[in-house]
Design a binder for this molecule. Structure first.
Ligand code: AMP
Ligand code: GLY
Length: 423
């Protein structure tokens, strides 16, 4: 098979790596890819939002399967463009990717189908939003309706902050049109868990759980980022929690989307908060998590391509997902200063140390080739992943492996997976 992967981050590197292990994969392309992906895929210089060019490329090269890694093209309707050209593609159509693209849509869906989530109201009028806030319980959470690189969520401790938040999102439009509508939602507390699942429009099969660390600094301080590290599985996602979610969240979500005429095919990512009142949905995404994919895919025993094909063909009910009975930890190596201001273009040394080491991976997030060297090219640079018999062992292995890599402004969190000590 010829496979095309669309995206350029650590998640797409993990997807490309998993695809490359499939006996079915003869040739892998990635658009636009990065320096790490280039090791086993041919990277092509077409952007993820250039749907027509991508479809033309897929036709010309007779690609058998295209996998969309990123949210923007999915929400923008890339799957519909490929399908209209008769191309085989893995991911939700535009009318289903809206589950990630519009928080107002996903909240209304959960309300209509009794899927547990935080209480909320939606607003298109900033004055009405402020009026509502005046009698609301604090702290409170404000969310831009649209895509905002995971940064359009404001947790406000008092009325003053909340009013300022309305201004930031709706008047100053810090996240552009994503803030035309906002969701104001009850503040929840508890452990967060990410659950990724394969979906074929009717059936949903969950992968092993993971937990992300979104803040830039140790102790969950600092600004929200795209994710500074992950571990899998989450010890807080017990059998009991899983059973509750299967009954009240995952299948009901699939059924709700189908009932709305928006059957969901692809990867559904459910962000859960394990509250005192039980698990509740924080958000849905229409794709693998980044960096969740980096810890989940290396633990998967199935051939990922087989499972994706079963999703496209509506045969997922026949597939049994299997994961290794171990753990994995991903520590992101970032450029110091991320997510604000940072320098790039520094040579990365030590990448070869990972070669041939079983259970250790280095997934590239922001790298490129320059004068025959691999240099830093983004805020998040690499995801260093290691497996271990349990979470503690995986964590020790991953942190050891972070020492193999060197670049000028290397920054990492030192407490990825620390929460597992409390489990
Ligand atoms: P989201 O993009 O909706 O997942 O939100 C980003 C992060 O904000 C989540 O991972 C949570 O840490 C936090 N968050 C979102 N919604 C809530 C909520 N209702 N209560 C508390 N924290 C929240
Ligand atoms: N790691 C969170 C996300 O991919 O949205």
């Amino acid at each position: 098979m010829k496979i095309l992967i669309v995206g350029s981050g650590g998640r797409e590197h993990a997807i490309a790596w998993a695809a490359s292990k499939s006996p079915k994969a003869d040739k892998i392309y990635c658009a636009p890819g990065n320096a790490g992906i280039a090791e086993f895929a041919e990277c092509i210089d077409i952007g993820a939002m250039e749907f027509d060019k991508l479809a033309a490329f897929a036709k010309e090269k007779e690609i058998d399967l295209t996998i969309i890694g990123m949210d923007d093209p999915l929400v923008g309707g890339i799957v519909d463009v490929f399908e209209a050209e008769g191309l085989r593609v893995f991911g939700p159509r535009k009318n289903a990717a809206i589950i990630e693209g519009s928080k107002a849509f996903s909240k209304d869906l959960m309300k209509k189908y009794n899927i547990p989530t935080a209480a909320y109201e939606t607003f298109t009028d900033p004055q009405k939003a402020v009026k509502y806030l005046e009698t609301a319980k604090m702290p409170i959470v404000l969310k831009a309706d649209g895509l905002a690189l995971g940064k359009g969520v404001l947790i406000c401790k008092d009325l003053e902050e909340a009013k300022a938040g309305v201004k930031t999102l709706m008047l100053d439009k810090q996240f552009g049109d994503a803030g035309n509508e906002i969701v104001i939602e009850e503040f929840m507390t508890g452990r967060e868990v990410s659950v990724l699942a394969f979906c074929d429009g009717k059936t949903i099969k969950c992968m092993t759980s993971a937990q992300d660390h979104k803040r830039a600094k140790d102790g969950d301080q600092g600004l929200n980022t795209g994710g500074m590290g992950t571990f899998s599985p989450s010890p807080f996602y017990t059998k009991e929690v899983e059973e509750f979610c299967e009954k009240h969240i995952y299948q009901p979500t699939m059924d709700a989307m189908a009932a709305e005429g928006r059957p969901f095919t692809g990867i559904l990512f459910t962000g859960l908060m394990l509250t005192e009142d039980g698990p509740k949905v924080l958000e849905y995404n229409a794709r693998f998590g980044d960096p969740e994919a980096q810890v989940v895919l290396p633990r998967m025993k199935n051939d990922m391509i087989d499972v994706m094909e079963a999703c496209i063909d509506g045969r997922l009910a026949d597939v049994e997902l299997e994961f290794e009975d171990n753990a994995a930890v991903c520590v992101v190596l970032a450029s110091d200063g991320y997510p604000e201001k940072y320098d790039k273009g520094f040579e990365i040394k030590g990448l070869d140390t990972f070669k041939g080491k079983d259970g250790y991976y280095v997934f590239h997030a922001g790298t490129k080739f320059e004068d025959g060297k691999i240099v830093t090219n983004g805020g998040r640079v690499l995801g260093v992943v290691a497996k271990g018999d349990d979470l503690k062992a995986a964590r020790a292995n991953a942190y050891e492996a972070t020492e193999w890599i060197d670049f000028a402004n290397k920054y990492k969190r030192n407490d990825i997976g620390k929460a597992i000590d409390e489990a």
